[in-house]
Design a protein around this ligand. Structure first.
Ligand SMILES: *Cc1c(COP(=O)(O)O)cnc(C)c1O
Length: 341
């Protein structure tokens, strides 16, 4: 591969800046299994406050946050109602069924859904059938191309779940992309849900971790479940400090990622051989349909020239913009893409 690489595989490839590393090196630390790491507690309080929840729990990954939420909200055998192509179903190694013992009731074809679509899927347990342990929303929705959950629908879904006594969880790995693109606060977006998680290690640019927030009682159970999964950390305030830095300095800059994604989408859509649904590009993810039908081949040819992206489906590729890309990198990506097509 050429020396200069443009990496559009994911916003997880971002690396901590010199300023972030400096803050991390100086972070006060303690034993987090005893809940005594001051940097972790500060991050958890900041994250919970931003999300409008009582308490937050720092966890090593978004996947762990999601499985903890399933273990705390549901009992083995329960159903979790999930959107179409949920990250938890596709990309978490089957953690929900395997570790929480849940099964999924998928709203096929609907990454973003309405309260009316959800209503018939919420079930009380009967002699024959499982009950609903939790309802899941993903915001922004990864496989839908970073789409933002319509807030009116979320509010109606929250009311329905509340009425029916079913917990509502938001996989908000890219919650702050939704914040910046919609102009709503994280607290407003997360108000209808009982629990919410977001990743620090994606577009926000910290090296490790997610924060899972909810009530104080939820956090107590989640903290214990994190320990059960082997996620009890010790002086992890060093990494948490990177998360605080990211929340304090990097949220607004996500707007740049969104601007670059739009440029990429428009120009890619204008190329023969690619089609992008431009209205679906709301944040930092661009899904492009490959007319030749060979997404894998296109990704391979691009990789040989130093342009990285994923072929997520046989005829579909995904480009993700992030803070370690410049406008020049996007130009270079577009040139290479045109060559490969
Ligand atoms: C990235 C991501 C996660 C969690 O990913 P980790 O790699 O485990 O941190 C969860 N949900 C969505 C929608 C994601 O994009």
């Amino acid at each position: 591969m050429p020396a200069e690489i443009v990496d559009l595989r994911s916003d997880t490839v971002t690396v901590p800046s010199a300023a972030m590393r400096e803050v991390m090196a100086a972070a006060p630390v303690g034993d987090d299994v005893y809940d005594e790491d001051p940097s972790i507690r500060a991050l958890e309080e900041l994250a919970a406050e931003l999300c409008g929840k009582e308490a937050g729990l720092f966890v090593p990954s978004g996947s762990m946050a999601n499985v903890i939420a399933q273990m705390v909200h549901a009992r083995p055998g329960d159903e979790i109602v999930v959107p179409d192509k949920a990250h938890s179903v596709l990309y978490e190694v089957g953690a929900g069924p395997r570790l929480a013992g849940v099964q999924y009731s998928e709203i096929a074809g609907r990454a973003l859904f309405t309260a009316e679509e959800l209503a018939p899927r919420i079930k009380a347990p009967t002699f024959h059938t499982p009950g609903t342990g939790a309802v899941w929303v993903e915001n922004t929705h990864n496989m839908a191309g970073g789409r933002i959950f319509p807030q009116e629908d979320l509010v109606a879904i929250g009311e329905l779940c509340h009425e029916r006594g079913v917990p509502l969880h938001m996989d908000g790995a890219r919650l702050f992309n939704a914040v910046v693109a919609s102009g709503r606060s994280a607290a407003e977006i997360a108000a209808p849900v009982d629990t919410v998680t977001f990743c620090l290690s994606k577009g926000l640019g910290a090296p490790v971790g997610s924060v899972l927030s909810g009530t104080k009682e939820f956090r107590t159970e989640a903290h214990r479940t994190r320990k059960l999964l082997g996620g009890g950390m010790r002086q992890a305030g060093i990494v948490a400090a990177g998360g605080i830095f990211a929340l304090e300095h990097h949220i607004d800059e996500l707007a740049e990622d969104h601007r670059r994604a739009r440029t990429l989408a428009q120009r890619a859509n204008a190329m023969a051989g690619l089609a992008v649904e431009l209205d679906a590009v709301e944040t930092n993810i661009v899904m492009a349909d490959v007319e030749s039908g060979d997404a894998e081949g296109l990704a391979e040819r691009a990789k040989e020239r130093g342009l990285l992206f994923h072929a997520l489906e046989p005829t579909r590729v995904r480009f993700v913009t992030h803070r370690d890309l410049s406008d020049a990198a996007i130009e270079r990506a577009l040139e290479l893409l045109a060559t490969c097509l």
